[in-house]
Design a protein around this ligand. Sequence first.
Ligand code: CMC
Length: 437
Amino acid sequence: MPNETLTITDNRTGKTYTVPVYKDSIRALDLRQIKVAADDFGLLSYDPAFMNTAACQSAVTFLDGDRGILRYRGYPIEQLAERCTFLEVAYLLLNGELPDADQLEEWTSEITHHTMIHENLKKLMEGFHYDAHPMGILMSTVAALSTFYPEARNIHDPEIRKRQIARLIGKMPTLAAYAYRHSLGLPYVYPDNDLGYTKNFMNMLWKRTEPKFRANPVLARALEVLFILHADHEQNCSTSTMRAVGSSYADPYATTAAAIAALSGPLHGGANEEVLRMLDEIGSKARVPAYIEQIKAGHGKLMGFGHRVYKNYDPRARIIKQVANEVFEVTGRNPKLDIALELERIALEDDFFIRRKLYPNVDFYSGIIYQAMGFTPDVFTVLFGIPRTVGWLAQWQEMLQDSEQKIARPRQLYTGSAERSLRAEELEFEAAVSTAA
Ligand code: CMC
């Protein structure tokens, strides 16, 4: 369209520039032509924390934060959560289409085939303290996978890439379950390839002496839905890390370990653990108003509230509330739910939260469900990391195939000293040191 342009007048020089507008954005590089003098570097865009910068084009996930919409490859999250299995959604995210029956069978067998981990990895895990955080164990063991599969370095070979993707998706629940059992001092349980993805995960987590673990189907389905909801969320902090680290052509294990590190922070995936700590600290419904006043006075944040993109209710939080009811029918109601509901009710009526468009996000209720299912809070973020691995890998693959992408390397606005010289006494000291050497 001829009028899809933007005209910029530089008031420093009076010059006017016309730059193309593409998908409601301009290319930051088009600003470079705007100069005061010919030997100028040209205008930069300054955007700390990427508040208004698209770093890529992506066909994986669509998110409309104002309208509370989330779609994977065009399909609404509500439909996927209701009708699909996690492995179907994983296939969709990675390949762009849902699998047909044959493709699903092949895909399931491929993932199942990769659930075992090398015995040496178990030895590596044994080196961790009993109270090592499971996220730290997961991050380290995923990084260690890089040493087991040196072929992974060939990231431009589609077949090799495909194999590492299947390995990572297959091994993630095994590593997570081993990390969990390590913290409890329990022996590791090998994968049971007769079971589906989430049931096998539950088997590796909770099997004791029974010959065959039988997962409760309601809880297995709940876990499946939670995995679907967490599978991708476009350019969030850990996915951007995955893309940035992957852009240096590091192998997918090192790259995924970096994404896990990003996810572990309390402002991102680590928030689900923090929500439970916060609910413990509040302790009772009666103490909610005082806690909210404390937050409004600037003492801390309401964990599980707010989102960079959603400025309306997070659609995942709505689905999670339904899942919570189904889980509580089996496990009994988690008493923390009453505190959480009261917190949500009061916060959503309060001008402080309304003006800032702060709503419960995916992490607000997920921890309450996980706790009811028997997980300890330190493993909540690991439960986020297993399904998000799929999103990371889909975005990593897309990045590698995108001819516009290069190594991620932002610019800076330098704020330090202008050039200066060492003082005479510093010059003398340096001279003495180099003579002595
Ligand atoms: N409690 C109280 N105030 C908040 C909160 C909160 N949870 N979140 C944002 N605000 C305030 C913030 O202080 C700021 O106020 P003011 O305008 O007076 O300075 C305003 O709201 C805008 O916030 P922001 O910090 O500019 O928003 P952001 O987009 O940079 O941060 C966020 C997004 C998710 C990091 C933030 O909302 C937050 O820290 N929330 C709590 C942690 C959390 O639940 N994280 C999980 C996010 S969803 C899943 C995931 O990504 O893993």
